[in-house]
Design a protein around this ligand. Sequence first.
Ligand code: UN1
Length: 482
Amino acid sequence: MTAQFSNFIAGESVRAARMLPNINPSNTHDVIGEFASGSAADVNNAVAAAKAAFPAWSRSNPQERHDILKRASDEVMARKDELGRILSREEGKTLAEGIGEATRAGQILAFFAGEALRLNGEVVNSIRPGVGIEVTREALGVIGMITPWNFPIAIPAWKLAPALAYGNTVVIKPAELVPHSAWALCDILHRAGLPRGVLNLVMGKGSVVGQAIIDHGDVLAISFTGSVGTGRRIAASCVASTPMKKVQLEMGGKNPLVVLDDADLRIAVECAANGAFFSTGQRCTASSRLIVTEGIHDRFVAALTERMQALVVDDALKAGTHIGPVVDAKQLEVDEGYIALGRSEGAKLHWGGERLNRENPGFYLQPALFTECTNQMRLSREEVFGPVASVIRVKDYEEALAVANDTDFGLSSGICTTSLKHATHYRRNSEAGMVMVNLPTAGVDYHVPFGGRKGSSYGPREQGAYAREFYTTVKTAYTFAG
Ligand code: UN1
């Protein structure tokens, strides 16, 4: 019998009227389990539980919040191989990537365990005699979270951990393609000792569960990672609702990786292969525009093609696989649509882009490299969210920088160069939230701010101590002591 996974509301496992199968993208015969597909009524119950739990949790001893998050971190670390396997089986990134992501989730939980103790304020002199000013941070209340399928455990962890550390209560809806990882994380946090109602998991469809969370008047803030279109709608509805909701959006990218003539070719190829194709290119930080100066262009394309030919595309759980399958049939259709579009726009499909058959039926796609691209093509402007990269040839550094910044997005941006002058200039002038020198645009540390500009992000940064900006609200208290 297929395993069944229920929602988690008010400290109880709650069965849903409808269930959705969770299918392994490496092998569509493999049904991982049936997961609750919640309703608006489930969301109402979850929000009511979170609201009831808030007064006590927001005033709880920071040592208690620390200890719970630390216990959860310890369990994630102890079970990282198993959790990584759960993740890779439902999402399709390789087992090494899955274990790496589970480890990241464990590290995030430990970091925010410490943050619960570190939350501080300021004492300021007033301009009025005898008056003292205290600036403190307080928890917001019930926070709604809507998380994407491409980081099934790390993104729930980096939203949940700060929310809980600073004393908020939560209703979370993970992406319906990958509920198992989020379910496992919530199970761990619950057993680590969270009081009932502090964390509620409602799985299911965005149009039902996500919408009900966004529309609920007792949800005071929404943290969302996903597409620009959905993000824009969420922000508009957060502003239109009463009371207005605080909102944090992490959306797409069309991240440039500049390769200059003086780059170390080996490093540049590694950055491009990793940034563009690892995790099947399904990262908002993926390097999808490779902007290459003409002196190194042909050598770079040849070396990158050779590197791509050595990448093994296969079952995510199989040893030796470098690139797992695309997440599902719909995303595969999107990827293939962009490959066809690129050709019709006049870009040259230099290598890859073929569908592949493997031992089991899955959504296997060879990474695709386009050359002769312009930055005006839709292929170079729209996020594909697959293993597809465009090479854009430019004359010199100045043109490379201009092309890199000519985008509606601004998440991550990279440059490969041995020139201190160009690296420094690029760091200062790149219009992105994160800049990488001789490193891939994707793959970030967990203890520093994450986020971007323009169409990539909206609202305060995630991760590191900066996360407190979203997950707390500031109070300025004036006291006249007489
Ligand atoms: C990373 O590149 O390490 O959805 C993180 C995403 C991002 C996370 C990327 N929010 O791809």
